[in-house]
Design a protein around this ligand. Structure first.
Ligand SMILES: Cc1ncc(COP(=O)(O)O)c(C=O)c1O
Length: 375
């Protein structure tokens, strides 16, 4: 965040900055979504929805699981939330008691450990590296699960690494968590943003799991604040009560927009955006490797590349600062995502156009000239 603020300052002073730090799509929200919401706004019926969401949206989400993933999800298992953030807070609030533990990967999505702290629980870091594709797996879950552990939280594809967990592995992890009296929570926010393979959901393998999702990323609706949670039915009354108390409901216009986002007119637009992300990844990953960054596991999803910069520095934060000041390229230091090998990693986001990515790589090449550490 400090780097983003500095990047904006430099821009205000007239510098041209290539933004490879931003974790949201650069595409506008699809037109059919905006048109649907314009109609709702004109109509003016913008009261609270039920706390678990607009019935039409819960039904549309349940249908989406059946049609896209062959997964059986009933509308009353779907809880609509203010973004995946709202869903994460609800699920941890319902499943995790005070002083209990939540297993999460390091590196991982930074807000997760703060959600745990907020509910007076503890985040237990599971350091991950290339050996497991920068992901938790069943063996790691079992090794780190302790007497106080209530939940293992994973994301597939993940932020910051863009790597996936195979559906069969997720199923085994869900079973291992259930065997220990806890739950697996799978954050599928980047589910549709996968390249060279078909999107998947753990829900097509097992119903014994909590799943988080959102309209923010694939649907290019970050600012609309609408996401969802799929939960085993017996947990829905508690989730409903917590949602009533914490949020009342997700924003009503956004929920109507979300119904449109799942409709047929958006499908082609969204798939074209996915193809554009795929092309950017296919350009960026080899270009970064060529420059000397280590990317041992090719990221297959999201819009991030988590790269080892140890050939250039042992202090990734200082590296990012210099890269911004001297070359006008903004990237995110590893310390934003945890501690494990954070000093030697940076995250590149390909949420900017191909032209700008090419410009970023040109500037990186010039910046790195002569910076390789001598062995
Ligand atoms: C893995 C992951 N989960 C959840 C979120 C929160 O997303 P939302 O905008 O839906 O609250 C993000 C946002 O970057 C994320 O990367």
């Amino acid at each position: 965040m400090a780097l983003l603020a500095r990047a904006r300052e430099l821009e205000a002073a007239g510098r041209d900055i290539v933004h490879m730090e931003i974790g949201e799509p650069d595409f506008s929200t699809p037109r059919p979504v905006r048109e649907a919401v314009a109609r709702v706004l004109a109509d003016g019926a913008l009261h609270y929805t039920p706390a678990c969401g607009l019935p039409a949206l819960r039904e549309a989400i349940a249908r989406h699981y059946a049609e896209r993933f062959g997964a059986r999800v009933e509308p009353d298992q779907v809880v609509v939330t203010p973004g995946a953030s709202g869903a994460l807070l609800l699920v941890l609030g319902v499943l995790v008691e005070r002083d209990a533990e939540v297993l999460m990967t390091d590196p991982g999505y930074p807000c997760n450990r703060h959600f745990a702290r907020f509910i007076e629980a503890r985040a237990r870091s599971v350091p991950v590296d290339e050996a497991t594709g920068f992901q938790m797996d069943t063996a790691l879950l079992e090794a780190h699960w302790g007497p106080a552990t209530a939940v293992a939280l994973v994301a597939s594809p993940a932020n910051p690494t863009g790597t996936l967990i195979a559906p069969g592995e997720l199923e085994a992890m869900a079973a291992a968590a259930r065997d220990r009296g806890g739950w697996l929570v799978v954050d599928e926010i980047y589910q549709h943003l996968v390249y060279g393979r078909e999107p998947a959901s753990v829900l097509s393998r097992t119903p014994e799991v909590f799943v988080i999702n959102s309209f923010s990323k694939y649907f290019s609706m970050t600012g609309w604040r609408v996401g969802w949670l799929v939960a085993p039915r017996e947990y829905v009354p508690a989730l409903d009560r917590l949602a009533q108390n914490l949020f009342l409901a997700a924003p009503t216009p956004s929920q109507h927009g979300a119904v449109a986002a799942l409709g047929a007119p958006c499908a082609g637009i969204l798939e074209a955006q996915r193809a554009e992300f795929a092309a950017r990844r296919d350009f960026l990953v080899p270009a970064l490797r060529e420059l000397g960054f280590g990317i041992p596991v090719t990221p297959e999803g999201a819009f991030y590349v988590y790269a080892d910069c140890s050939r250039f520095t042992d202090d990734s934060l200082a590296f990012c600062r210099r890269l911004l000041e001297e070359a006008g390229v903004a990237v995110t230091p590893g310390c934003d995502f945890g501690r494990h090998r954070a000093q030697t990693h940076v995250r590149f986001a390909y949420t900017t156009s191909m032209d700008r990515l090419q410009e970023g790589v040109r500037r990186l090449a010039a910046f790195l000239e002569g910076r390789r550490k001598t062995p």
